[in-house]
Design a protein around this ligand. Structure first.
Ligand SMILES: [Zn+2]
Ligand SMILES: [Zn+2]
Length: 270
């Protein structure tokens, strides 16, 4: 098994060191991981609800820590170096500069906030209509990210749903099926991958991001580049439910999972 979405203390919301996260992953039977700490440079002028930080300030220490952890676990666990890059479409120039940096194996493209809005986590939703509109814009922003071609996979499609549920609004992306289809077609046509993020199984929503029907749609339309991510932020979450993600891949008809090295996909039989 592989886990290609993982945070450490290099993320503002990460709570465990790289070495501790790597150890927890081996204990869950994972063989290849990728650290993907948050990079929010593209959202520097967006009202996120938290400090975006500056990747350039931590970059050297970040890559050094990954290299050190890689040495520590050599022969037991493969470790790739990635980032979770927020808001690529909000600042394409900055995104292009960051994704061109040496040393990156993998880039996750994430929409955590729509343009001009706070992170979905911080929005005090007031109506279903508001949620539905935000979801449509969210999908359109994911399409922009796919079109940019700057990331290897688009992350956790459906991320806002759990945030909305937490405020009492239960929605599904099927309220915008046509836009979902447009997004999935865009990924397939451009050869941009999809992430199957299983962190929702430890949240109230108890579903993957994306849900099974979107995963199946991606496969049906010819999508092959798929990574699995626990999105763990501490040792209790590292690699958690990745086994369930792999079962979902098989059920959806995937024969391979994807890992990335030096931004190139490699396909591993499952
Ligand atoms: Zn994310
Ligand atoms: Zn994440």
């Amino acid at each position: 098994m592989t886990d290609f979405h993982l945070h450490s203390t290099f993320s503002p919301d990460g709570r465990s060191s790289m070495a501790d996260m790597a150890r927890a992953e081996t204990e869950r039977g994972i063989k290849h991981i990728c650290f993907t700490d948050h990079v929010e440079n593209c959202n520097a002028s967006e009202p996120l609800g938290f400090e975006p930080g500056d990747f350039y300030e931590i970059r050297e220490a970040y890559f050094a820590s990954i290299a050190e952890t890689r040495e520590m676990f050599r022969g037991r666990l493969d470790i790739s170096a990635g980032i979770e890059l927020g808001g690529i479409n909000h600042d394409l120039e900055t995104a292009a500069a960051i994704t061109a940096l040496d040393g990156l194996d993998f880039v996750i493209g994430s929409v955590h906030n729509n343009r001009g809005k706070a992170d979905f986590y911080f929005i005090p939703y007031e109506s279903r209509e508001e949620c539905s509109e935000l979801l449509r814009d969210y999908l359109l922003e994911n399409i922009e990210i796919a079109k940019s071609g700057l990331c290897d996979v688009v992350a956790h499609i459906g991320y806002p749903l759990n945030c909305m549920l937490a405020r009492g609004f239960e929605l599904d992306l099927s309220v915008h099926t046509d836009t979902v289809r447009e997004l999935v077609s865009e990924l397939v046509d451009r050869g941009v991958g999809m992430e199957l993020n299983v962190s929702g199984f430890r949240r109230k929503i108890n579903d993957s991001e994306p849900s099974m029907w979107i995963l199946k749609l991606y496969r049906e339309l010819g999508g092959e580049i798929i990574t699995v991510g626990s999105d763990g932020h501490d040792v209790s979450q590292a690699g958690l439910f990745v086994d369930r993600g792999f079962s979902m891949l098989r059920e959806a008809g995937f024969k391979y999972v994807t890992v990335f090295e030096k931004r190139k996909p490699r396909f591993i039989k499952i």
